[in-house]
Design a protein around this ligand. Structure first.
Ligand SMILES: Nc1ncnc2c1ncn2[C@@H]1O[C@H](COP(=O)(O)OP(=O)(O)OP(=O)(O)O)[C@@H](O)[C@H]1O
Ligand SMILES: [Mg+2]
Length: 385
């Protein structure tokens, strides 16, 4: 009992350790993705990979390994006993094995396909929740509750449906394998006795059949666990796909001595989110240090896009941008962004203390006086106090 406890406990510990490391790795990678990847991969999809897919990998890694080792050994043991009892008959029985292999192969593919669908349903759910909760104000003002509820029913139903399908396939595959084994054992033993005229003592026959029957249970467990293994495989594939996406290019080595002057030059800059249809075309302008400049234009003209190119959220397809005469890619990325402050149309408050929201990131170690001064300058100190 104690060893069983220790066994389960340590397997579980290892499993949690694996999810922990995996999640951290993936999240660390996600933090360094280029901005365009966040637009391409909806945030919900990334979240569901880190939360859901990582979990799939571990349950495959632990439960499955326990079952495979335990039941696998049982099968090997029973098979040895059968060989010892009557090797000729047993070798003929092995003829059923390719059929089992075939069933396993076909069902594995199906499991993987359904698992991928389950993953993308899960991604839809997290994506949907993110949108609806973030936009809860809009949902209420415009009376969208009914519509949101309906949309959620849809994504949620599809998730449930895929799970039911997966379980149905699992049961079907187990039943088919069992059927093959049972019919195989029966038919072959019958033929063996009748056609080959071998003598079998009643006792020998019974113990043989009993052992052959006993192999069914571990085989069932092995076919059952295949679902978990396949879910783990697709989970891992999805995580590795994310890990394989290129990170932001940060090859520059130029570091600013203290603070950049702030001369900005755009030289023949062309850029489009889809390079085939540029948002800005051959853009040239210079801003001298100390100047205050406003970009004015109709919605969608490209103002935000132009500003997003300064901290290199996006790089120009053609032309170049210089800060104090040095092209942006030559700066160390963190160093360049250190020179830039940004207040976006979207206000982000992190779920953390007021202090940590003011002294975010690099400014974390700022002392209290500096933080209070910043709050005062922003006319925010009165209500914080
Ligand atoms: N992430 C993106 N992916 C694809 N296209 C985008 C993306 N962001 C903006 N666009 C497109 O690029 C063009 C310029 O958008 P941008 O946000 O720079 O305009 P803007 O001048 O800041 O508009 P607004 O005044 O509404 O803020 C628009 O046609 C927009 O649809
Ligand atoms: Mg804008």
């Amino acid at each position: 009992w104690a060893t069983q406890f220790m066994g389960s406990y340590s397997m579980n510990w290892v499993a949690q350790q694996i999810v922990y490391v995996l999640r951290n790795d993936v999240f660390g990678h996600v933090l360094k993705l280029p901005q365009s990847e966040y637009h391409r991969n909806a945030s919900g999809r990334i979240m569901s990979k880190i939360i859901f897919d990582a979990q799939q990998v571990t349950s495959a890694g632990t439960d499955a390994i326990i079952v495979i080792i335990r039941e696998g050994l049982t099968v090997v043991g029973l098979f040895g006993f059968l060989l010892w009892q009557n090797w000729k008959l047993t070798l003929i029985l092995v003829a059923v094995a390719p059929l089992i292999g075939l069933v396993m192969n076909i069902t594995s593919k199906r499991f993987r396909k359904i698992s991928r669908r389950i993953q993308s349903s899960m991604a839809n759910i997290t994506h949907f929740l993110g949108e609806a909760i973030e936009g809860s104000g809009e949902v209420k003002i415009f009376g969208g509750q009914k519509q949101e509820a309906d949309r959620f029913h849809n994504v949620s139903r599809s998730f449930a449906k895929q799970n039911v399908k997966l379980n149905a396939s699992k049961i079907a595959s187990t039943v088919i394998v069992q059927l093959f084994v049972a019919v195989g054992i029966g038919a072959i033993t019958y033929l063996y006795i009748h056609l080959m005229g071998e003598d079998l003592t009643v006792g020998g026959f019974l113990s043989y059949i009993a052992a052959a029957g006993m192999i069914q249970k571990p085989l069932k467990q092995l076919t059952d666990v295949n679902v978990k293994v396949q879910r783990g495989v697709t989970g891992a594939a999805s995580l590795f796909e994310l890990l394989d996406t290129e990170q932001e290019v940060d090859t520059g080595s130029y570091a600013v001595a203290t603070k950049a002057d702030g001369n900005i030059d755009f030289e023949g800059v062309t850029f489009g989110y889809d390079p085939a249809s540029p948002v800005v075309r051959n853009l040239n302008f210079s801003i001298k240090a100390g100047e205050t400049v406003a970009l004015v234009g109709r919605s969608g003209a490209g103002k935000s896009t132009i500003s997003a190119m300064l901290p290199r959220f996006f790089d120009p397809d053609q032309g170049r941008i210089l800060l104090d005469g040095v092209p942006l890619p030559e700066y160390q990325l963190g160093e360049l962004r250190n020179q830039i402050a940004m207040v976006s149309q979207r206000v982000v408050l992190f779920n953390d203390s007021v202090r940590n929201n003011i002294a975010y990131g690099e400014l974390r170690s700022a002392d209290d006086a500096t933080i209070i001064k910043a709050a005062q300058d922003a006319h925010a100190w009165r209500f914080i106090e």
